[in-house]
Design a protein around this ligand. Structure first.
Ligand code: UDP
Ligand code: MG
Length: 344
């Protein structure tokens, strides 16, 4: 066992890597002396991130770099790193240095003082992010906290320090649609906030365009709340009330011999009903699509290769399995995991 693991998902972060490596290394040494590991996960980058990682792994005995077979997305890349790491205490951090590695010492201190299992970073301020991103993030976290029963902390990202038992609990959750910050909240144990100022990206640009943000938000909502499904019953209730009023009005008009203009009222009813029905169907579709995805029970990610694999216990054995892999390594060591699944 290693005292400290630092896990970093990276997607097209070539320009950040040297600085990241240097600052993470310094922070880790200050906190854990020589007893630490850095786990970088290359999430199918299209720039030179992987060759940069290989070079770093060759020079630094503390660094292990994992190359996924393609871009699997931030949360799954992070899961790959978490599966592999061996630390007693685990730090999750982004590659872009928006979350300063130098806070590690303070976070470890906070964990010890509060005897907590999780210390999660809460953004006091967010530098260098567009007003649009800040506003949507603000709105999203508040909507989420209203919709869910789990207390997901506001304005917290994945930047957090976790104990081994908290991480093991997290890794025991098998779902594909992973909203890790919510899943960690779900685990329970003692979790304390750690306020910090979020910096600007060191280099490059955000890897979360609007499309990915929406998907992420939907994963969060559907993963942690079935409240949207109840919208159908609310809509049904209100529409039925509306129809009673309408029926009364129609009866009155008919009895008093008025000639009701047809087109406008008919169109109104048709359009409103159609829109509400489509919206509810779409919501149900979101849940069904996710059910379908989960039902396939595919591995969460596929590892193509690991640079520095010899630094892991049983490294050669892992290497031999790399062809198929990923989930095999991950699952067999995961509490509650199913072990190696047969391949076809
Ligand atoms: N990331 C990843 N795979 C992706 C998208 C992002 O591994 O498909 C990584 C990225 O390299 C970074 C972290 O996830 O380390 C967070 O992404 P980013 O900083 O772009 O998000 P933002 O801070 O803008 O929300
Ligand atoms: Mg970032």
């Amino acid at each position: 066992m290693t005292a400290l693991s630092i896990v970093v998902p990276c997607f097209n972060e070539e320009a950040c890597l040297p600085e990241l490596h240097q600052r993470l290394g310094a922070a880790a040494r200050a906190a854990a002396g020589d007893d630490y590991e850095l786990v970088l996960v290359n999430d199918g980058s299209r720039d030179g991130s992987w060759s940069a990682m290989q070079r770093l792994a060759a020079d630094d005995p503390h660094l292990i770099a994992v190359n996924l077979s393609r871009n699997h997305g931030h949360q799954l890349a992070l899961t790959a790193g978490l599966d592999l790491c061996r630390g007693e205490t685990i730090l999750i951090i982004d590659a872009d240095l928006q979350d300063p590695p130098e806070l590690l010492g303070g976070m470890i201190e906070a964990m010890r003082e509060a005897q907590a299992d999780v210390v999660y970073g809460v953004r006091k301020s967010r530098a260098g992010e567009t007003a649009f991103k800040r506003a949507t993030a603000h709105g999203f976290y508040r909507l989420l906290s209203r919709a869910t029963e789990v207390d997901i902390p506001l304005d917290a990202g994945d930047f957090r320090l976790m104990s081994r038992r908290a991480l093991d609990a997290l890794l025991a959750m098998p779902e594909q649609a992973r909203f890790i910050r919510g899943m960690v909240a779900w685990i329970g144990f003692k979790q304390v906030p750690f306020a910090y100022d979020r910096q600007e990206r060191f280099a490059g640009e955000t890897k979360y365009p609007l499309k990915k943000m929406i998907r992420f938000a939907l994963d969060a909502l559907t993963g942690f709340s079935s409240a949207p499904l109840k919208l159908a019953s609310h809509a049904g209730l209100w529409l039925s009330l509306g129809s009673v009023v309408l029926i009364l009005y129609i009866a009155y008009a008919w009895l008093s011999g008025q000639n009701i203009q047809g087109w406008t009222s008919l169109m109104l009813v048709v359009v409103v009903l159609g829109a509400v029905q489509m919206f509810v169907l779409a919501l149900q579709g979101e849940y069904i699509g996710r059910l379908y995805n989960e039902a396939k029970r595919r591995p969460l990610y596929i590892v193509q290769e690991i640079a520095g694999v010899e630094k892991l216990p049983g490294g050669d054995r892992r290497k031999a399995r790399l062809g198929y892999l990923a989930d095999a390594t991950a699952n067999s060591e995961r509490p509650g995991g199913k072990g190696k699944r047969p391949t076809k």
